[in-house]
Structures are given as structure tokens and as C-alpha cells.
Design a protein around this ligand. Structure first.
Ligand code: WTA
Length: 649
């Protein structure tokens, strides 16, 4: 399905922002040399980055092996990812450097140095070993945003177990599915975490999930919320008790460059989430490279803050692996941006003197809604660079970010990438690129991007499908347990190239403007949710006969989930009950914003639900020709009702 509407809707933004002399004079890169070098030979370029940014215990013999669509990077090389993130900094005398300024939502704080992080990681790696976890096993992590989440991930990396982090907002059923797909041995969770002044009871949800997970033998529970939990004898253990007894030394064993580092589940166009596989050497190289150069990291002086949750890829690459590999000092914040007040983020920026700030457009639009006076309450002059990720950033939000957060001086890096790409692919380099509000600009050095039309032909200007033309070090290595689905999903639409699922447009200066998904994946507040998944959840409710779900444009969340439901005979439509049902099946992030009950769904004469038309209805557009519809009156009725305001949470 093409996204003609999205492509049409984008007016041209003509403002440009040249990197200031002040920024350039201090920037790590201020000319085109990296681009030039990479365009000569991208494999050699990445090999150079791998030697410069990563410590290897054994050199690779081949930089890259490419058997389309299967890639290997730094073949024959060995490294330990946790050594790269911890030991080498401590060995270099930086043990006292702060890794995390942790800020709990209730206001409690912890300062975690690299030496402490290394110590806890070693102990926890020994805890995992003690529970029988060995290299190659999978470990599930279901945690709040606390340092132990990073420690758990690094401990897995240290012993060669792959982690699979599940975002704490996902439901018990989602957790069960992910644990079972990965056949994980151990689950690491917490009693609860803080969110908007209340505890969300993670262990309680995990207990429900664990009723259906035969492979889990042990559960480790971090005490964070202090809420009451049930501990099952023999299976459940308190983190602090195991840690108190753990051996403090766990040597970082060298791992193959292609050792599985983690699985991260993400929504695709079909119902079942897929376990995206990332490995070690290539992933770490690109994570470190992009974190260093896109954010212009000066590790000795910068204070970096990425507001993502570790449950998403952004948290993996730009809170854990990239920043720690680079020895950065960062802020980690547990809670929501409006507790206790709407200025919490700016208070934290001021408190820690944050210099590099990375967040999502949906958050920026929310901050705009809360008003200019909130950031104005604080001294934000420490900031020197801003980043954006997760969805297209509209020019208004970009300008607001620039003026009200960046004091009209900070460059903005709008970074396009995906769970599958592992690291940033399209972004300005802040000391080099002239930016335009709303454009992610160009592919980074070493990355091949190309827009193509429906038939795969090169598009020079205007709209098209975004593809990636050459392998990159952090690329996904496959879908866990399903190589065919991997090939089919990413490599079959356009032969020989990776299709990202996004539409984009090239302007007259060759700048890329991302336009959003062109498939059945919605992007709600920067989270990927598949329409099919929400439809399946709705249909699993006893009252529902059929459901169609679309993502409609939304001023704050980018897209909002709108559902059209036909009921089984004898049932009353209960919108709240259905929304709650979706929250139980998937998680609250997938709750439809509005549900319309309709006696019929608009279908083609061959019986296909016309989702595109439903999206037009949901977005209040005039419908063109509806003559292909089996029953046009259905749509008239839906349109009439859509004109009434949709329900809010
Ligand atoms: C969207 C998040 C426009 C895009 C890192 C992509 C963006 C999906 C941007 C991946 C951006 C991410 N501009 N769109 N800067 N960044 N996207 O896997 O549709 O959660 O395909 O990874 O988010 O979402 P994911």
C-alpha cells in the first residue's frame, strides 16, 4: 500500500540551519572526510571504526561476509561486549567516572561509577552462572528504568547469554509469548517501579506470565518499589540476597564477533511479534561509532541523557551499549516527564548539567502542549546538542525544540533507524550537515540508502520507498527461529535490498524526509504496533465478530489507534471493556483511542476490508470514489460518527 496521503501532505520546509562556528570549532568532525572515506570502500571504513572504537581479544580475518540476506561482520574476531563497556575504562584509570546519574521518580538518586558498574556486573554474571545460565542461553529481562536493568544486560553479555528485554508496559500475555518464543531460562524483574507517583507491580504481572512459561527455572527480583510480592520457593530469588553471596570476580570471556548479544521483539505486519537478532562485534562498532559522531560525544565533559526506556532498541543502543562503550557519563531517569510537575525533564537537565539530550517527537509535542513557561523555569544553557528519534518530527516541533530547549543555538540531529538496523542510519553529523527542520538529512558514512518506486526503480526526487542498499555492521542477523520470515519480510519486496517499511521523499537538494510507515505498522508515540496485532486482540474478545484497526494522524502521538468493530449477535458494544481487553492482551500502549461499533465493515466486493478508506474516515478526509465498495452506506454512517469527537483516555 502506498502512502500517497502522507507523501502529498508534506509541504516544503525552506528554513536551513548551518552548524555554528562555535559548534564546529569544537566538533569531532567538521568536514566531509568521513563521508569520502566511506564512499571509497564502506567495508574498509567500518573495519577502521571497529579497530578504533572496540577492543578485540582476537583480530578478525575478514571484515565482512555477505551472503544476501545474511551478513557477518569481523569474522573470526573475538571480543567481550561487557569488557568494552566496563573493564577497559576502569583499566584506563576511569573507574571513578560516573556512568549513571540515576534519578528515581520519587526523587531518590544514585551515582553509579564505572568501577561500581563493573563490580555489580561481575557479581551478577556469577549469579546467573550459579542459576545454571551458560553461553548461548536466553535470559528475559522485565524491569523498570533502574541501573540494575543495564547491569542485567551487561552480565548476560559478559557470559555470552543473550538477553531479551521486554518493555515493562507490556502485559503478562505479551511477556509469556516472548519468553516462550525465546525459550528463556531465567527471568529478571523487580517487585515494582515508579510511574506517575504510583508503583506499577511488575512482579505481579510477571507471576501471571510465568504460569505459562515452562522453560523458566529461576526468577531474580530486584527490590525497587517496596511493594508486596509473592516469592515462589525454589524459583524466585531476591537480587540483593544472591548478590551478597556472589563471587566478585567474573572474567570477561572472549566471544565470537557473531555471538548472539540479544533478541528484541518488535511488531511486524503479521500478528506475531518477531525476535530481532543482534550479534556482538558489528553491533557494538556501529553503536559506538554513531553514539560518538552523531552526538559529537566529548566523553570527558559531556553529560548525555537519552529519555528512552531500556525496553526499546533506543535504550539498548543509546543508553547501554553505545554510551558505555564510549565511556560516557549519562543520566538515567525512572519515571514519567510530568511527575511531580510538567517541568521534571528540565529540572533534571539543570540539576545534572545535561549537555546532550535525546528524545522523541511525541515527547516534544507534549512539552509544547504543556507550554513554553515550563522549560523557561530552568537554566538549560548546559545543553549543546539535541536529538530526536522514533517518528518523523514535524517542522513546528523541530522549531520549538530548537528555540525553547536548545536556546536557538543547539544543533538538532533527527536520527532515523529501526530495531532491525540496530543503530542510527540516517542523520545529520552536527558539525558538518546543514539541517532543515523535519528532515533527517542524509545516510551516515558507511550507509547506503536509496529511494525506489513501486517497481524498484531509482527515484531521484520526490516520494518513494526507503531501501538500504548495502550491509551494515549493526544490521539484524535474522528473526529468531524463522529465517524464511526474515528473508520474506525485509529482502523480498525489492530484490537485493533491504526494505525498511518507510516512505520518504527527496527534495531538490537531495535531503531525505521520512514520511512514516507504508505498511500495516502504526507508530504511536514512537512505538511500533501492528494493526493486525490489535485486531487479533479485539477479535479474541467474546463480543467481537470482526475488527479493523487503523492508525490515524494525531497531533500529539503521531498516530492514534482507531478501531472499527462489528459485534456478535446478542452483545452490546462496551468500548471501555474492549480497550481494557487490548491492554491485557498486548499492553496499555496498544489501547485504541477510539472504538466505533458498526454493523458492517467497508469491504471490497472480493471481501477485503478497506483499511485505507477507514483511515480516510478516521482522519476526516473526503472520500473519493467508493464505487468498489460492497455497501457504501456503511461508510456514510461511519463518517457521520467520526465527525463527533473520539473518546480520550
Ligand atoms: C520510525 C526506533 C522518521 C520509522 C529507533 C521506523 C522514524 C520505525 C525516525 C522504527 C525518524 C524512527 N524519522 N521516522 N527519525 N526514527 N522512525 O523499531 O517508521 O521502534 O521504521 O526503532 O520508527 O521503530 P523502532
Amino acid at each position: 500500500m502506498t502512502d500517497a496521503h502522507a507523501i502529498d501532505s508534506l509541504g516544503w520546509e525552506r528554513r536551513t540551519f548551518v552548524p555554528s562556528d562555535a559548534f564546529r570549532s569544537n566538533a569531532l568532525v567538521s568536514d566531509h572526510s568521513l563521508y569520502e572515506e566511506a564512499s571509497q570502500d564502506f567495508t574498509a571504513f567500518w573495519a577502521k571504526q571497529a579497530s578504533e572504537l572496540v577492543s578485540w581479544s582476537k583480530d578478525w580475518h575478514t571484515a565482512s561476509e555477505w551472503n544476501l540476506p545474511f551478513a557477518k561482520w569481523f569474522v573470526g574476531g573475538e571480543l567481550n561486549v561487557s569488557y568494552n563497556c566496563l573493564d577497559r575504562h576502569v583499566l584506563a584509570g576511569k573507574g571513578d567516572k560516573v556512568a549513571f546519574h540515576f534519578e528515581g521518580e520519587p526523587g531518590d538518586t544514585r551515582t553509579v561509577t564505572y568501577a561500581q558498574l563493573l563490580d555489580e556486573t561481575q557479581r551478577f554474571a556469577n549469579v546467573l552462572k550459579g542459576l545454571g545460565v551458560v553461553k548461548g542461553d536466553r535470559v528475559n529481562i522485565y524491569m523498570p528504568m533502574i541501573p540494575e536493568a543495564a547491569i542485567a544486560m551487561l552480565a548476560c553479555a559478559r557470559i555470552g547469554a543473550a538477553h531479551s528485554v521486554v518493555f515493562g508496559g507490556f502485559s503478562a500475555i505479551s511477556l509469556t509469548d516472548r519468553i516462550n518464543d525465546a525459550e528463556a531460562k531465567v527471568l529478571i524483574t523487580a517487585d515494582g517501579g515508579w510511574r506517575r507517583g504510583e508503583i506499577f507491580p511488575l512482579k505481579h504481572t510477571a507471576d501471571e506470565a510465568l504460569l505459562g512459561t515452562p522453560t523458566i527455572t529461576d526468577v531474580v527480583v530486584v527490590r525497587r518499589g517496596g511493594n508486596e510480592v509473592t516469592m515462589q520457593d525454589g524459583r524466585d530469588h531476591w537480587y540483593h540476597e544472591l548478590m551478597a553471596q556472589a563471587d566478585p570476580v567474573c572474567p570477561a570471556e572472549p566471544m565470537d564477533s557473531e555471538q548472539l548479544l540479544f533478541l528484541l521483539y518488535t511488531s511486524g505486519t503479521t500478528g506475531r511479534p518477531k525476535g530481532i537478532m543482534h550479534t556482538s562485534g558489528g553491533y557494538l562498532t556501529q553503536a559506538a561509532f554513531t553514539h560518538k559522531y552523531v552526538f559529537d560525544l566529548h566523553a570527558d565533559t559531556d553529560v548525555y541523557w537519552c529519555t528512552a526506556d531500556v525496553g526499546w532498541i533506543t535504550g539498548h543502543t543509546y543508553i547501554v551499549y553505545g554510551p558505555l562503550a564510549n565511556g560516557a557519563t549519562q543520566v538515567m531517569y525512572e519515571g514519567v516527564p510530568n511527575f511531580p510537575g510538567n517541568d521534571r525533564m528540565w529540572q533534571i537537565v539543570e540539576k545534572y548539567g545535561v549537555t546532550l539530550f535525546y528524545t522523541a517527537p511525541t515527547a516534544i509535542r507534549t512539552f509544547m502542549k504543556w507550554g513554553d513557561h515550563e522549560p523557561a523555569k530552568h537554566d538549560l544553557s548546559s545543553l549543546r546538542l539535541l536529538g530526536s528519534v522514533g517518528e518523523p518530527i514535524n517542522p513546528e516541533a523541530w522549531m520549538w525544540y530548537h528555540e525553547h530547549i536548545g536556546g536557538s543555538t543547539c544543533p538538532i540531529v533527527d536520527t532515523w533507524w529501526q530495531t532491525e538496523t540496530g543503530a542510527i542510519m540516517i542523520s545529520p553529523l552536527p558539525g558538518v550537515t546543514t539541517t532543515k527542520p523535519g528532515s533527517a538529512t542524509f545516510g551516515l558514512p558507511g550507509i547506503g540508502t536509496e529511494l525506489v518506486d513501486e517497481s524498484g526503480e531509482h527515484v531521484e526526487r520526490g516520494g518513494g520507498y526507503l531501501t538500504l542498499t548495502q550491509p551494515w555492521p549493526a544490521m539484524l542477523r535474522g528473526i529468531w527461529g524463522d529465517p524464511d520470515r526474515y528473508r520474506e519480510t525485509y529482502w523480498s519486496r525489492f530484490s537485493g535490498r533491504y526494505f525498511a517499511g518507510d516512505g520518504a521523499k527527496l527534495d531538490d537538494d537531495g535531503y531525505l524526509w521520512l514520511l512514516g510507515r507504508v505498511d500495516d505498522v502504526m507508530n504511536v508515540s514512537g512505538h511500533r504496533i501492528s494493526t493486525t496485532e490489535v485486531e487479533s486482540a479485539l477479535v479474541s474478545h467474546p463480543s467481537v465478530a470482526e475488527a479493523a484497526v487503523v492508525g490515524a494522524l494525531d497531533a500529539t502521538t503521531g498516530q492514534a489507534i482507531i478501531a472499527y468493530v462489528t459485534l456478535r449477535g446478542g452483545f452490546e458494544g462496551d468500548e471501555q471493556a474492549l480497550r481494557n481487553h487490548v491492554a491485557v492482551e498486548i499492553g496499555s500502549i496498544a489501547k485504541p483511542k477510539a472504538i466505533y461499533f458498526t454493523p458492517d465493515l467497508p469491504k471490497t466486493r472480493s471481501g477485503k476490508i478497506m483499511r485505507r478508506l477507514l483511515r480516510d474516515v478516521a482522519e476526516g478526509r473526503n472520500l473519493g470514489d467508493t464505487s468498489t465498495l460492497a455497501d457504501a452506506s456503511v461508510v456514510n454512517e461511519l463518517q457521520r460518527r467520526a465527525a463527533e469527537a473520539p473518546a480520550e483516555d
